[in-house]
Design a protein around this ligand. Structure first.
Ligand SMILES: Cc1ncc(C[n+]2csc(CCOP(=O)(O)OP(=O)(O)O)c2C)c(N)n1
Ligand SMILES: [Mg+2]
Length: 329
């Protein structure tokens, strides 16, 4: 693993990154609890993706850059400015849900205030939309960069290639990310694609493609920092393949022990980015175990409070069913 000091970030920024990783993990655990006790209908989880996701999000300017996430991206949406309460309002389908006022499925993050564009459940349809958002920056001579993500299975959808081709032709300020966790629901990597690296698809469309270890905070952060700077300087798009681990089942609706080997499941704790990051932070003198425990306690309190507040908010009323679907003229 690359040393934390090589990131060029301050100690405070690195501790902040860890705080987001831990917040993402604890908030996702809360979402699973709410699903299991029947208070929410569904959860799909970014557990095991968080370290690479935080590194990714920290490389962008959240005051102006656009993010078109997919369903495992709760943690980068927090880095982008959404709050735990915003996320909970979405999962609970409340009137104040910033993504859709309670119309969207859980985990379909969105926030107009933070330039986060909510997505369709039809996988990867955010890719051509992101191309449009990035083309808007180019046509309007604005210096925002756009980020869009999907999984390695969904990377094989036709519109992903269309979006990447157009972005390459127009040299758009757009970063494409494939979060590669090795599974598309129950289908393993060997049945999804035949090439060694999906990042090789970047050069196929005329731009950079980099595969990074999403368990390695610094390797991920430095790769994103470089491609974001290049995109902002008119050098065009890039593709990052973020190698991550899916620690949970695909969603709250399946049991991964049916299709994952016992060995794979037993090995998950060795590939848990949160635990690896914690060990690195301790070994390199950034935090002590006691400081981590204190932070964990604070975050759990923050999440408890956000849960209480979100649960107390009103549901959308039936007479508003036709509102909030299309933008007002
Ligand atoms: C076009 C389309 N086909 C199938 C589905 C059902 N589906 C939802 S998620 C998923 C697997 C996606 O796997 P991957 O892209 O690897 O992302 P991951 O869930 O592993 O992060 C599938 C097949 C869908 N939502 N849309
Ligand atoms: Mg996958």
């Amino acid at each position: 693993m690359k040393k934390l000091a090589e990131s060029g970030l301050t100690k405070e920024e690195i501790i902040k990154a860890y705080r987001y990783v831990l917040l993402g993990r604890r908030l996702d655990e809360r979402l699973w609890q709410l699903t299991r006790i029947g208070k929410t209908s569904f959860n799909i989880s970014g557990q095991g993706h968080e370290v690479g996701q935080v590194a990714m999000a920290m490389a962008f300017d959240h005051d102006k850059d656009y993010f078109l996430p997919y369903y495992r991206d709760m943690t980068p949406c927090l880095v982008w400015g959404m709050t735990p309460k915003d996320i909970l309002l979405g999962s609970l389908g409340k009137e104040d849900d910033p993504s859709s006022h309670g119309r969207q499925m859980p985990n379909h993050y969105g926030s107009k205030e933070h330039n986060i564009v909510t997505h369709s459940s039809t996988v990867s349809t955010q890719f051509p939309l992101a191309t449009g958002v990035a083309y808007g920056a180019q046509l309007g001579k604005k210096d925002y960069v756009t980020l869009t993500t999907t999984g390695e299975g969904a990377a094989n959808q036709g519109e992903v290639q269309e979006a990447m081709n157009f972005a390459g032709v127009k040299k758009l300020p757009l970063i494409f990310v494939f979060e590669n966790n090795g599974y598309a629901i129950s289908v393993g990597r060997e049945e999804q694609y035949a090439s060694e690296k999906l990042s090789d698809r970047g050069p196929a469309f005329g731009f950079t493609g980099i595969q990074v270890d999403g368990h390695d905070f610094v390797e991920s952060y430095l790769a994103f920092k470089q491609v974001v700077a290049d995109a902002r300087n008119g050098k065009g798009p890039a593709l990052i393949e973020l190698m991550v681990t899916r620690l949970t089942a695909h969603s709250a609706d399946d049991d991964h022990s049916v299709y994952r080997s016992k060995e794979d499941i037993e090995n998950l704790k060795n590939n848990d980015g949160l635990l690896l990051f914690e060990k690195q932070l301790i070994d390199e003198g950034y935090l002590t175990r006691e400081q981590m425990k204190a932070m964990d306690k604070d975050l759990k309190e923050e999440i408890n409070q956000a849960t209480d507040e979100a649960e107390a908010m009103p549901d959308p009323t039936p007479d508003t069913i036709l509102e909030q679907v299309y933008a007002d003229k």
